[in-house]
Ligand binder design. Structure first.
Ligand code: PMM
Length: 308
């Protein structure tokens, strides 16, 4: 039996004295992700031939399963499985192909890991089959916009959902991203998407919001969102930040390959946690867990009477 990360609890000790949507706790079918004290590290498992950071590495089911198990052992609270690359310029993958990539991996992982599994897709049919195969939550980079059936599925299945901001579509989003005030616009978008989801029957306490670092944003936009993340935190939903190995880190550090972006990814994760993020999406799970532990301790302050 794999070790369960400290903040995934089998039972649900959800506090009753705060409004539910203000408590950063996600109940899933496979345990509760409690983000009140510990940041949840969501481990990335891309089962794609072409993702920018790990494309081609885990297209073999056995290799994908081994990596998922490894990420849980390293401290991931959620394993996020994706079958369509959303890197800038990427095109859509046919439904059948996406299903063939992700379903065997989710089924296999369900038998091997104790932590919740999320499905990274904007297609209702993929999310539905993934939930049937053992996934616990939906990570929708389109924030329920690209598939009109997605909101109904999330509401009916009563599963947690990540709503992410993106300007444009993956194929074109990095051509000329434009904002007057990126933080205000992303906050307004996420507020509207949360209201939409709730209107469609999604429970507010199951919704996580995400600024969508690199999705229709240049380096300046990404940095501004990280610097003023408090504006998104004040929406009242737990905030997820995914910046691991992304291109803006390479631009800042003059480094070409995604593999060489570890320090930048850790620095970004620490900044996000200090600014109030409750979940970070990462490829390098062990290192990210260690870095965010320090950031959490700084955010929380030393316990009274502590020494040394
Ligand atoms: N980034 C990618 C894919 N899915 N989902 C969320 N919620 N947030 C992100 O920032 C995000 C995502 C692209 O990165 P990858 O190719 O490394 O998975």
């Amino acid at each position: 039996m794999p070790v369960t990360p400290a903040n995934v609890i089998a039972e649900a000790p959800v506090s009753e004295d705060l409004p539910a949507q203000m408590v950063p706790v996600l109940e899933t079918r496979h345990g509760v992700v409690d983000m009140r004290r510990r940041t949840a590290v969501m481990g990335v498992l891309n089962v794609t031939p072409d993702s920018f950071s790990d494309g081609g590495r885990y297209t073999d089911v056995d290799a994908a399963l081994a990596h998922g198990v490894e990420m849980e052992r390293e401290g991931a609270c959620i394993v996020d499985v994706g079958g369509e690359s959303t890197r800038p310029g990427a095109g859509a993958v046919p439904l059948e192909e996406e299903l063939e990539r992700v379903i065997p991996v989710i089924r296999g992982l369900r038998a091997r890991v104790a932590v919740p599994i999320s499905i990274d897709t904007y297609k209702e049919a993929v999310a539905r089959r993934a939930l049937e195969a053992g996934a616990d939550m939906v990570n929708d980079i389109s924030a329920l916009r690209f598939d009109p059936a997605m909101a109904g599925l999330v509401a009916t299945e009563d599963v947690p959902v990540v709503l992410m901001h993106m300007q444009g579509r993956p194929r074109t989003m990095q051509r000329a991203p434009h904002y007057v005030d990126v933080v205000r616009e992303v906050a307004a978008f996420l507020r509207e998407r949360v209201a939409f989801a709730v209107e469609r029957g999604v429970a507010a306490h199951r919704i996580v919001v995400d600024p969508g670092i690199g999705f229709g944003k240049d380096t300046g936009h990404n940095l501004e969102l990280l610097r003023r993340l408090d504006a998104l935190v004040s929406l009242g939903q737990p905030v997820l930040v995914g910046l691991s190995r992304k291109a803006f880190l390479g631009r800042l550090l003059d480094e070409g390959t995604p593999d060489a972006r570890l320090e930048g990814s850790l620095a970004g994760a620490v900044a996000a946690v200090l600014a109030g993020a409750r979940m970070v999406r990462a490829h390098d799970v062990a290192a990210t867990c260690r870095a965010v532990r320090v950031a959490e301790a700084i955010r929380a302050g030393a316990p009274a009477g502590s020494r040394g």
